[in-house]
Ligand binder design. Structure first.
Ligand SMILES: Nc1ncnc2c1ncn2[C@@H]1O[C@H](COP(=O)(O)OP(=O)(O)OP(=O)(O)O)[C@@H](O)[C@H]1O
Ligand SMILES: [Mg+2]
Length: 307
């Protein structure tokens, strides 16, 4: 198992996000390779978090498995040997892609982040505290930070090429995708989150909010793509310490955020790139938290076989 900041595979690279490298396999398929890059406060760190890429890919694979028959999705395989059998050019690169690659159906992505919030936190809490609204819609008075929202609130955003995603109204989303597709994406988003939130809660994790992406295949099918209900695309809170009325600790990134906060307050970091060099203890603690999120959610340890 190798830890990796950036991949280099013998396929055409068609994209590079903050965390994933995306390769074309052919007209119908992509290889998504999740590296061990990590960002906090919107800055990508210089160090890798060992096992993070595999954790994110295998958590997504876990959810795609649970969603079988509920919503169509892009996963063809997240099993390294199945992927190599389908794409033999990857054979010499087995160690690099081990556990972290997902062979996926290729789509044209809808330029909308389908955000759903079951708890009032982050930018949503900020907007509510200031204006009593969420995504411009009035919410009941008297809600506290981290309060459970019933029903969950669908609050779409545009996919920004650079910088922050921008929250948009549902009316604006309808203008972008058309009314029917906007409704379809919202109802799929609600169905996926309802399933995920319930299952995760039974495992001791609150998925406070999360974000889905959808795309359209060449044959016109609308499917769930990208990563699904991972700690990177969601707020994961430990259910046992949940206490409304204050911010909740993040399941995965808290050791990193806490350390960066100390650096900032001590005047050793200005909050912008480049990030300070992370001590080994912080890297290790963060890696452990990701592995623990996987273990809690799925009920077993993440094993990526070296064979
Ligand atoms: N099945 C798919 N078809 C086409 N594009 C996809 C598919 N699945 C995922 N993608 C795209 O691959 C990219 C994943 O990369 P990554 O998550 O690193 O970057 P990002 O989402 O642009 O940035 P970030 O997640 O850091 O905000 C996204 O742009 C996503 O839309
Ligand atoms: Mg992404």
């Amino acid at each position: 198992m190798t830890t990796m900041l950036s991949s280099n595979l013998p396929l055409p690279k068609v994209g590079r996000g903050k965390v994933r490298d995306i390769y074309a396999v052919d007209d119908d398929r992509l290889l998504l390779v999740t590296t061990d890059r990590i960002s906090a406060f919107d800055v990508v760190m210089g160090e890798t978090i060992p096992m993070k890429g595999a954790v994110l890919t295998q958590i997504s694979a876990f959810w795609f498995g649970k969603l079988e028959g509920v919503v169509p999705h892009h996963m063809i395989s997240a099993d390294t040997d199945e992927i190599i059998a389908a794409v033999p050019a990857l054979k010499p690169h087995r160690a690099e892609i081990l556990g972290r690659a997902m062979l996926s159906r290729r789509t044209t992505v809808f330029p909308i982040e389908c955000v759903i919030r079951g708890y009032l936190s982050g930018s949503a809490w900020k907007e509510y505290a200031e204006h009593g609204t969420l995504a411009g819609e009035k919410l009941p008075a008297g809600l506290v930070e981290s309060a459970k929202l019933e029903p969950a609130i669908f609050s779409p955003a545009t996919k920004a090429e650079t910088g922050h995603d921008e929250n948009i109204t549902i009316a604006r989303m309808r203008e972008v995708t058309g009314r029917e597709i906007a409704e379809e994406l919202e109802s799929k988003t609600r169905a996926i989150y309802a399933l995920g939130e319930k299952l995760a809660r039974e495992q001791g994790i609150i998925i406070a909010d999360t974000k889905f992406e959808f795309g359209r295949t060449k044959s016109g099918e609308i499917i769930l793509i990208d990563e699904v209900m991972t700690p990177d695309s969601s707020r994961f809170w430990p259910a046992d310490g949940y206490q409304p009325g204050r911010p909740q600790p993040s399941f995965d990134k808290q050791p990193l955020r806490d350390w960066l906060d100390v650096e900032r307050h001590a005047g050793r970091w200005n909050g912008e790139a480049p990030a300070p060099k992370l001590p080994a203890a912080v890297v290790e603690a963060t890696s452990k938290r990701y592995l623990e999120a996987y273990r809690r959610l799925t009920g077993h340890d993440l094993i990526v076989s070296a064979a």
